[in-house]
Every structure is written in C-alpha cells, then in structure tokens.
Design a protein around this ligand. Structure first.
Ligand code: ADP
Ligand code: MG
Length: 258
C-alpha cells in the first residue's frame, strides 16, 4: 500500500514545491518507490525541475477531467516518476462538474498506484479549490510548510478548518504528519516571539508537531531550480540538501509510526 502525502498550505510562496521535489528525491535516494504528482497548474515541478513533456501527452488534467487511469499519465524521467500537470488545470473549478463525484476524481483514478509505489507525494496549488479538495479526499498525510514570519503563518487557521471539514465529511484517515519550517534564517530577535509563542500555539490548535528539522534558506536551492535539478542532486553537501535529507528521514519515521 502506498503512503500518500500532500505538501499543502493555502498560502503560496511558502516552500511547497521545493519541499515536494526534495522529499520525492530524498525518498527515491533511500530506494523507496516514489511518485510525484504535480497538482499545481504553475507546473514548476513538472517542467522546471523534472523537464516533463506536457504538450500532446496525458497529464493530471486528463486524469481529473476525463477519468484517465493515473498510471497512464506517468512519465519515467531522470529524477524519477512524475504525473505532470499542464496549464489547463487552472480551469479545474469550472471544468470539474459540481456533482457528487466532484472531490473523488483523483482517488478513483489512482487505484492501480497502490501496489506500484511506496510513497506518492503531491505538490498542491495555493488556495482552496477543487484540486485541493481532490487531494485531501485521497491522501493519508499532509505536511504543511510554513515560513517563520507573520505572513508565513497567516493561513494556518483557515487551512485547519478546511482539513477538519474533509476529515469529517470525506476522508476520515486524513492526518497532519507535521509542520515544516522552510527558508529558515536562524533564531533572530524578530522571529523569537513567533518561534517561542505563536508557532507553539498554532501547533496546539492544529493538534500536530513541528518537524525537528528546519529547512535553511540557501541560494543553492534557487540555483538547483535554475539548473533543473533536485537540490540533493545539484549540491548534496549544501545546508539545504542536508536539511531536506534529515527531513526525509523524519517523514519515513513518522509514517512508520502511524
Ligand atoms: N530553502 C530555501 N532557500 C532559498 N529559497 C527557497 C527555499 N525554499 C524555497 N525557496 C524559494 O522560494 C520561492 C517559493 O518557493 P516554492 O517552493 O515555489 O513555494 P510554493 O510552492 O509554496 O509557492 C521559490 O523562488 C523558491 O526557489
Ligand atoms: Mg508551488
């Protein structure tokens, strides 16, 4: 049975895509059979890092709009298996009918993946639309990236409400695996109050814990994206690659405990 993990937060620019790519790569390096599903119509994971083809081939759009079995949209690329996305997914909120199946398209299409992979990681779009709904109806675990500043914590309360609704109505196994601080710049006077007071309060409210690893801000990460490589492949001894490696190990431990 595959463990299905969404990297999600309704806020954008918070490290979701960077984390999804690094976690997928970290799991693959640990010899886990891993698939990345790019569910963000911006297609950063698909095109910028995995260099997936998205024109005139099956993508996540065909899976969600036309019921294509997910295995038929997988591309086997240099850095692993991916279901890419194409920009047409921006229309999902209007293209996916508002019927009883609205939030089940992904789940229904992914049956065959259960025995093909150990982990399925999903890079989510920002906002709260039908794509996030399909993801939250399907996955077991959610990892929530945040940044250690007041903007970075902004959407947590509303995201918790969204998660609670899906857990209660659609997917009772939905669980927050943990909250991950990304783009960390060390303990500073400016962020001390957030780290000591605000974040612990939020964690209590979310009923979860912080990953021990904080992902440090590093130019190496941006360079790796510029050169279309996961950061652990581009600069494996950089601080950010070592952080993502330690985070991957934490994720494996947390998933085993459940
Ligand atoms: N650890 C990091 N160090 C430096 N830059 C980072 C780091 N993590 C993310 N970024 C940069 O921050 C921006 C937003 O990250 P991204 O992963 O695309 O967030 P999201 O998917 O939530 O929108 C990108 O330009 C990315 O390169
Ligand atoms: Mg993104």
């Amino acid at each position: 049975m595959a463990k299905k993990i969404a990297i999600a937060n309704t806020k954008g620019g918070i490290g979701k895509t960077s984390t999804a790519i690094a976690l997928t790569d970290g799991l693959r390096q640990k010899k886990k059979k891993t698939l990345l599903i790019d569910a963000d119509p911006n297609s950063t994971s698909s095109t910028q890092v995995y260099r997936a083809v998205t024109d005139n081939v099956a993508t996540l759009t065909d899976v969600l709009y036309d019921g294509l079995p997910a295995q038929d949209a997988i591309q086997h690329l240099e850095y692993g298996d991916i279901i890419p996305v194409d920009p047409e997914l921006t229309l999902a909120d209007t293209k996916i009918a508002a019927d009883a199946n609205r939030f089940y398209h992904l789940k229904d299409a992914c049956d065959a993946l259960e025995d093909m992979y150990d982990y399925i990681v999903i890079d989510c779009p920002p906002g709260n639309g039908v794509i996030l709904g399909n993801v939250l109806s399907y996955v077991d675990e959610v990892i929530i990236p945040i940044t250690c500043d007041s903007f970075g914590l902004q959407c947590l309360d509303s995201f918790k409400d969204i998660m609670d609704t899906y857990k209660k109505r659609i997917n009772e196994k939905l669980h927050i695996c943990g909250v991950l601080i990304t783009m960390y710049e060390g303990r500073q006077a400016l962020t001390r109050d957030l780290e000591e007071n605000t974040i612990p309060e939020e964690l209590k409210y979310l009923n979860t814990t912080l990953f021990n690893t904080r992902i440090r801000r590093s130019v190496r990460l941006k360079e790796s994206q510029l050169f279309s490589m996961p950061v652990m492949e581009y600069a494996k001894n950089s601080t950010v690659a070592l952080d993502y490696q330690a985070f991957t190990e934490e994720v494996i431990r947390r998933c085993k405990r459940k």
